[in-house]
Design a protein around this ligand. Sequence first.
Ligand code: FAD
Length: 304
Amino acid sequence: RTAPLLAGAAGDVEVSFEFFPPRSDAALETLLATASGLASLGPRFVSVTYGAGGSTRGRTQEAVLGIARETGLNAAAHLTCVGASRAEVDAIADQYWHDGVRHIVALRGDMPEQDQPYAPHAEGYANAAALVAGLKRLHPFEVSVAAYPEAHPDSTDMAADLDNLWRKVDAGADRALTQFFFSADTFFRFRDLAAARGIDVEIVPGILPVANVAQLRRFAGTCGAAIPPAIDRVLEGLDERPAARQLVAATIAAELCGALYAGGVRQFHFYTLNRAELTYAICHLLGLRPAPATAEQKAVLTAA
Ligand code: FAD
């Protein structure tokens, strides 16, 4: 049997890339270089996360604007409503609109201390659905939201979580990006349930190429994503062998993307962890090749 990826994937996919904000000026330069390297693959958008409780506000803004300036890509800003008043959140969104950013990934966020149950700010947006409605009232932003193929840990069950996703879409969300997962069947089940619930926006699988096994186990535990035993076994013992780990991580992600592709998925959102090569390799396997720069990108490069 020929591997579905190599047999089937013809580059007819759309990708997006997620980065986290740099912690220093030097890291910003590295991030801009990483984003420029991946820009040649023609992502339809890239996004920059927002640190817990808005801790990276300035750095997120700097990275979003820097990437847009250096690459000419549609750069989206993640924005959370935890721990902030509506006025504070609206002021940040207004600034983004003023700076030319047209796409927000709207999230609730988590409390600063782990295991603390979520409580909205007294004058804040209550949850992501309320934030989406607030953003859409402010400006005609393109808005993406989060979705959870294995249900969010705070939800009572999948039906309640799907009701919540439906409310976010009803409030105006244009697309849902999923939490990472490791089984294609998990995604397909979720996609079917969402369709049955009347959720009609695109649901884009979030793909996490594994960079650090120990960290992944901790993170998967807190966000409710299951690592299938076979994958856990295959990752065991690789944290001291970065080159081998890269190869194995690429294989795992490529298998997942291949299975998703075979099941009809044509859009992928990559958690790049600010590293270009692993994501680039998987996109290459999906059939993507560097595109000639667009007129807009050429203008940006000439001006730089
Ligand atoms: P919501 O959609 O508001 O929902 C969270 C939970 O609360 C759900 O279980 C929902 O069912 C329940 N709920 C909400 N409203 C109600 C209601 N009225 N009644 C009953 N139950 C309700 N975090 C960051 O801090 N910064 C980031 O940049 C960031 N980026 C992310 C990107 C993606 C693609 C994903 C998947 C997650 C990201 N997160 C980020 C994490 C996210 O902030 C957390 O998962 C958070 O716990 C939930 O955010 P949400 O937007 O999904 O919340």
